[in-house]
Design a protein around this ligand. Structure first.
Ligand code: ADE
Ligand code: ZN
Length: 333
């Protein structure tokens, strides 16, 4: 079994494997513009974030009923458990569904039905984080938060995702202020394709507690120093960065430099069905490419639990951290 870990950057819609997409398409009478799963996989050659997002949002057409979302989450949790995941903080994109006429309640109820059984079935504790699409308006984000109010007992926090460049964090100041008033935790994608200044803005204007990706902070030494000093976790997604051409090759991932700079980094999968691997595969990929030793892999696993939103269950965090310390590496993790 791989090292125990938390996954903190995972879009549930990005776990839709081609086989499940075709099964749901058949069940729901949706025609996909691909002949079969092989043809769909062939289309997974992305040139940047936008080229991925176009396919990602398109394929969501197959997700229609609460049961579809339950099946999607069950399939993810089963795979995650096999890769050592003990705790998962799962993003979903309500606007990508409400725009197609699927009520937010259908999405949350469907996901919750799976998450309610996750501990018993897969040994995984879970949290849900709803993301606003930053290429939609601030008004749409506010309306989405309003629509989510009946479901906030199921939702731990808010995030910000989709096309980054040209959509700076400050656009969402108001909705993040409201989220904070409602007691929601706050994270945001920043510094994936966008500049280091978006990372600063996410901290200063949105008050985020974790930064998703944050890779481009490395272009701003004073920002790196601040992130290290304030112990702001970064949720890195190495295979995603390669597939979306944020970096050229996995060997060039700056993970080692980030650790050396004192950053609290974690390794995650982002959209594993599209990017060639789940979180354990991301650990293996950076482990091999960057020659990380056991102690570094253990540190990454430890960081994942330190960065998790487990303040309401510190005993659980301690238990998970104990599992990391007790873990014996056998190679290949
Ligand atoms: N939505 C799903 N995956 C994403 C990513 N890597 N960046 C921004 N938005 C996303
Ligand atoms: Zn992401």
């Amino acid at each position: 079994m791989p090292v125990p870990k938390a996954e903190l950057h995972l879009h549930i819609e990005g776990t839709l494997e081609p086989e499940l997409a075709f099964a749901l398409a058949a069940r729901n009478g949706v025609t996909l513009p691909y002949a079969d799963t092989a043809a769909l996989r062939e289309a997974y050659r992305f040139s940047d974030l936008q080229s991925f997002l176009d396919l990602y949002y398109g394929l969501m057409a197959v997700l229609r009923t609460a049961e579809d979302f339950t099946e999607l989450a069950d399939a993810y949790l089963e795979r995650a458990a096999a890769q050592g995941v003990r705790h998962a903080e799962i993003f979903f994109d309500p606007q990508a569904h409400t725009a197609r006429g699927i009520p937010i309640g259908t999405v949350v109820d469907g996901l919750a039905a799976s998450l309610d059984r996750a501990e018993e079935r897969y040994g995984i504790s879970t949290r849900l984080i709803m993301c606003f699409l930053r290429d939609e308006s601030a008004e749409s984000a506010l309306a989405t938060l309003e629509a989510a109010k009946p479901y906030l007992d199921r939702i731990t926090g808010v995030g910000l995702d989709s096309a980054e460049v040209g959509h700076p964090p400050a656009k969402f100041r108001e909705v993040y202020e409201e989220a904070a008033r409602l007691g929601l935790r706050r994270v945001a994608h920043a510094g994936e394709e966008g500049p280091a200044s978006y990372v600063r803005e996410a901290l200063d204007v949105l008050g985020v507690e974790r930064v998703d990706h944050g890779l481009r902070c490395m272009e701003d030494p004073s920002l790196v120093e601040r992130l290290a000093r304030e112990r702001v976790p970064l949720t890195l997604c190495p295979l995603s960065n390669v597939r979306l051409r944020v970096i050229d090759t996995i060997e060039r991932h700056p993970l080692r430099e980030m650790i050396a700079a004192g950053l609290l980094v974690t390794v995650n999968s982002d959209d594993p069905a599209y990017f060639g691997g789940y979180v354990g595969d991301n650990f293996s990929a950076v482990g091999e490419a960057l020659g990380l030793g056991e102690e570094t892999l253990r540190e990454l696993a430890r960081n994942s639990f330190l960065a998790a939103f487990l303040e309401d269950d510190e005993a659980r965090r301690e238990r998970y951290l104990g599992e990391v310390e007790a873990y014996v590496f056998r190679g290949g993790e």
